[in-house]
Design a protein around this ligand. Structure first.
Ligand SMILES: Nc1ncnc2c1ncn2[C@@H]1O[C@H](COP(=O)(O)OP(=O)(O)OP(=O)(O)O)[C@@H](O)[C@H]1O
Ligand SMILES: [Mg+2]
Length: 282
C-alpha cells in the first residue's frame, strides 16, 4: 500500500482496510502552487474512491486541475492538504504529451518498462512488437520519435503504458496482501491520451483500451474534457468544477458495452459542465 500525505502532515496511520477494497483513495486532497500573492490553488477538498478494476473518467474544463490531480495520484507531486492512498503498486502513466525517450526507437521505448522490470531481451522484444501491432504501428519499431507523427508518438506512448500495466509482476510486493484478498492488479493513469488524434484513430484506440482493460482487470483513471469519450469508456464519470477543481458531480453508466441512455446522460453531463464553466467565467 502506498500512502502519500500532504507535506506538513504527520505520518499517517495504517489504513490497510481501506486500501484492500479501493485502488485509489483521495481524502480531502488540495493542491496550491506557489505562495503569497502568486499562489494558485488548483485543487480543493477532493474526496474520491476508485474500486479495483473500475474504469473512472475525470471530466472537467481546461485548467481545472485534472493533470495536477493525476500527477498527485502518480506520486509525481505531493498534495498540499489531505492524503492519497494507492492499493496498487507503482501506477502506469500516460501523459497528455507523449513523453518518449528521443534516443530510443519506438520498440525500445515500449520495452523500457519491461527492461526495468527485469524481463529478458527476447520476451520483451516480442511483447513490444505485439503491443505496437495492437496500436497499429506494425513495422515502425525501428523508428525514433522524431521520425513519427504526433499521433504515432502518442500510440507508442500508449503501447508503453500498456507494457507497464500488463507485465507480470507489475504489482509490487507492497500489495501482496491485496492480491491475496482477490483484488485486481495494476493502475493505469491516463491524461487525455487521445486528445490529439484524428477521430478514426481515437475510436480504434478507445476500443483497444477497453479490450485491454477487460482482459487485464486493470484499474483506469482517465482524464478527458470530452463528454462523449467519457461515456464511451467509463463505468463512472466524475465531474470537476473549474479551478480550484473539486468534485461537483458523479454519474454511473451502465458500462462501456451498453449505449442505453447514453444520449440522455450526455446531455445532462454537458449541461452540468456548461454550468460549471459559466459560473467560473461570471
Ligand atoms: N507546476 C505548476 N506551477 C504553478 N501552477 C501550476 C503548475 N501546474 C499546474 N498549475 C496551475 O494549476 C491549474 C490546473 O492546471 P492543470 O494542468 O492541472 O489543468 P488541466 O485541468 O489539466 O487543464 P487542461 O485540460 O488544459 O490540460 C492551472 O491554473 C495551472 O496554471
Ligand atoms: Mg491537463
Amino acid at each position: 500500500m502506498t500512502v502519500v500525505t500532504a507535506l506538513n502532515d504527520a505520518p499517517t496511520k495504517d489504513t490497510r482496510s481501506d486500501a484492500e477494497t479501493t485502488a485509489v483513495t483521495l481524502s480531502g486532497v488540495g493542491k496550491t502552487f506557489g505562495s503569497g500573492a502568486n499562489a494558485v490553488t488548483a485543487l480543493r477538498e477532493i474526496n474520491l474512491k476508485v474500486r479495483p478494476g473500475e474504469f473512472v473518467c475525470l471530466l472537467g474544463a481546461s485548467g481545472c486541475g485534472k493533470s495536477t490531480l493525476l500527477n498527485l495520484v502518480a506520486g509525481l507531486d505531493r498534495p498540499t492538504t489531505g492524503a492519497i492512498e494507492l492499493g496498487t503498486g507503482s501506477p502506469s502513466f500516460m501523459f497528455q504529451e507523449p513523453a518518449l525517450l528521443p534516443w530510443l526507437d519506438a520498440g525500445r521505448n515500449v520495452e523500457l518498462p519491461l527492461r526495468l522490470g527485469g524481463v529478458g531481451r527476447g520476451d520483451r522484444r516480442r511483447r513490444a512488437r505485439e503491443l505496437l501491432e495492437l496500436v497499429r504501428l506494425d513495422g515502425q519499431a525501428g523508428k525514433r520519435p522524431h521520425e513519427l507523427s504526433g499521433g504515432m508518438r502518442q500510440r507508442v506512448a500508449l503501447a508503453r503504458a500498456l507494457a507497464h500495466a500488463t507485465q507480470p509482476g507489475s504489482v509490487d510486493s507492497r500489495v501482496d496482501s491485496r492480491v491475496d484478498s482477490g483484488a485486481d492488479s495494476g493502475l493505469l493513469l491516463m491524461d487525455e491520451p487521445f486528445a490529439a488524434l484524428d477521430a478514426i484513430t481515437r475510436d480504434v484506440l478507445q476500443g483497444e483500451l477497453l479490450r485491454v482493460w477487460r482482459a487485464t482487470g486493470t484499474t483506469v483513471l482517465f482524464v478527458t474534457h470530452d463528454v462523449r469519450e467519457a461515456l464511451r469508456l467509463a463505468q463512472r464519470v466524475v465531474l470537476l468544477s473549474s479551478r480550484p477543481g473539486t468534485v461537483v458531480g458523479e454519474w454511473s453508466t451502465v458500462g462501456p458495452d451498453d449505449p442505453t441512455g447514453r444520449d440522455e446522460l450526455h446531455d445532462e453531463i454537458t449541461g452540468r459542465l456548461r454550468e460549471v464553466i459559466s459560473r467560473h467565467a461570471a
